[in-house]
Design a protein around this ligand. Structure first.
Ligand code: CO8
Length: 372
């Protein structure tokens, strides 16, 4: 058996940001128009009036201050409320591939590697912009990588599931290295017209280069162990899919976008994740005192505060559990990797940290790494 290491990371950040105030202004304008248009039905009790959103609520409930998106104008247009992303010709790079290539080049550069050093591409994300050919194969082609690529989807946990998959192939010896990319265009499957969730998500792409841990010269993170778990739940769900036409349901239905029962998710996911991390650490033989950093999934600040406290047995100190959700919002699978990419350089040889993602499925994945 070989060992694996993370040797490079990259983050593609879109150019447009939307602050909570901008988002709330657009939502409230949309809600006012909706209520005016449906005044009679609302008065008759046939249609529910749309309540106003509030920046103060968003910050207090989630910790999110702003989010990056591929297109801002469509999202903030009260007559539209979703991004404008013109269709691309088959000969052009797809959106997800383009974002992933940008992040991958950063990861390769950090690791001092080129496409020739990569054997596989795993595109792990919570939605894919088409069914086939796999986005990963397109990324492989754009980067001129030999070998193979495939897509996988475990919603918010896709990155850690992808890292374990790459690590296992490296351990077994079938590949020497893989790029695990997470291009997330959450803005396209978020329902911006629902005040309960319109503030939650943003767009981004991350890349992680995982290599055989042999003769590595640059600083890297040894992958000590990985652990994955899933437990079925309908509390985070999206019913869009290829059977839609066969159901004679092509209209713009609410359940074709992201839906969740946020309170239930909050309550049910916290014990799942805390126990998962505790079990993983125990089996790896490390205690809370051995852990220098936690890079958690970035969904909600209170959730992360809770998990950090449970794992460490005390409130995390500044920098021990870095959050990026205030700037990026929830970027699904990419969140924990953004935190890892931005807040890991300062760790010294032998320092141990844990990456953990969790979300729809339910799903939870953790990766324990050691700086070398
Ligand atoms: N402005 C003002 N008031 C609001 C707003 C708003 N925008 N939204 C809700 N309210 C109101 C509610 O109506 C409610 O009013 P009332 O008490 O009168 O009923 C009150 O505020 C409280 O609402 P909630 O109970 O919903 O508020 P919470 O404190 O529970 O906070 C959160 C809501 C922030 C959503 C919280 O529940 C949470 O973060 N839960 C966990 C969510 C989570 O982690 N989900 C993971 C999903 S990510 C994932 O798995 C990936 C899926 C694939 C990606 C999808 C991309 C689109």
């Amino acid at each position: 058996m070989y060992s694996a290491a993370i040797t490079g990371t990259g983050v593609f950040t879109p150019q447009h940001t939307i602050s909570n105030d901008e988002l709330v202004d657009a939502f409230n304008a949309y809600a006012e128009r909706f209520n005016a248009e449906h005044a009679e039905a609302i008065a008759a009790g046939e249609v529910e009036a749309k309540p106003q959103s509030s920046s103060d609520f968003i910050l207090a409930a989630s910790g999110i201050e702003r989010r990056y998106v591929l297109d801002k104008s469509g999202v903030l247009d009260p007559d539209r409320m979703f991004p404008r992303l013109p269709a691309r010709a088959d000969e052009e790079p797809s959106y997800m591939a383009e974002m992933a290539v940008d992040a991958s080049l950063q990861a390769l550069s950090q690791a001092g590697r080129s496409a020739d050093d990569v054997d596989a591409v795993i595109c792990a994300a919570s939605n894919h912009e088409r069914a086939y050919p796999a986005i990963a194969v397109e990324i492989q082609n754009l980067l001129e990588i030999n070998g193979f690529g495939f897509d996988m989807n475990v919603a918010c946990s896709s990155a850690t599931f992808g890292i374990q998959t790459a690590t296992d192939m490296i351990r077994a010896g079938s590949i020497r290295s893989a790029l695990v990319v997470c291009p997330e265009i959450c803005s396209a499957h978020l329902e911006w017209r629902d005040r309960d969730c319109h503030f939650i998500f943003g767009d981004v792409a991350t890349a992680v280069l995982v290599e055989r841990d042999e003769g590595l010269e640059r600083p890297h993170f040894k992958i000590r162990s990985t652990r994955l778990a899933t437990d079925f739940s309908n509390n985070i769900r999206n019913n869009d899919g290829f059977l839609r036409r066969t159901h004679d349901q092509m209209e713009d239905r609410r359940d074709m976008q992201f839906m969740q029962n946020g309170r239930k998710v909050f309550k049910e996911v916290l014990p799942l994740v805390s126990q998962h991390i505790a079990g993983h650490m125990a089996d790896d033989g490390i205690s809370a005192d051995d852990l220098k950093r936690l890079w958690l999934h970035q969904a909600n600040k209170s959730m992360n505060d809770y998990i950090g406290k449970k794992v460490l047995g005390r409130a995390p100190e500044d920098g021990e559990q870095p959050n990026i959700l205030q700037d990026y919002a929830n970027t699904s699978s990419a969140g924990s990797i953004i935190a890892f990419a931005k807040y890991s350089d300062d760790l010294g040889a032998g320092d141990i940290g844990l990456i953990c993602s969790f979300g729809a499925g339910y799903s939870v994945g953790s990766v324990i790494v050691e700086r070398a």
